[in-house]
Write a protein that binds this ligand. Structure first.
Ligand SMILES: [Zn+2]
Length: 74
């Protein structure tokens, strides 16, 4: 199964936002990491379903802790 490519953003309150690129149209869908759960399906504006499985969720969480370390956020 192909995983969606994603990026992590931290907002000024250090909430992690996952930016998931739609495989169909390339639109970047932003969601708070806290609001995501594994295999929960998101709907892109083009109508495609996007889902982050547990592997992708773990990768996202790992990326967040790396970012926080880089910015020295407790
Ligand atoms: Zn799309």
């Amino acid at each position: 199964m192909k995983l969606p490519s994603f990026d992590i953003d931290l907002d000024k309150h250090y909430n992690a936002t996952v930016v998931i690129a739609c495989v169909q149209c390339g639109h970047e869908n932003r969601h708070h990491l806290k609001a995501l759960s594994p295999d929960h399906t998101l709907r892109c504006q083009c109508g495609s379903d996007i889902s982050m499985n547990s592997t992708a969720m773990l990768a996202a969480q790992r990326r967040v802790s790396e970012l926080k370390q880089a910015y020295r956020i407790p």
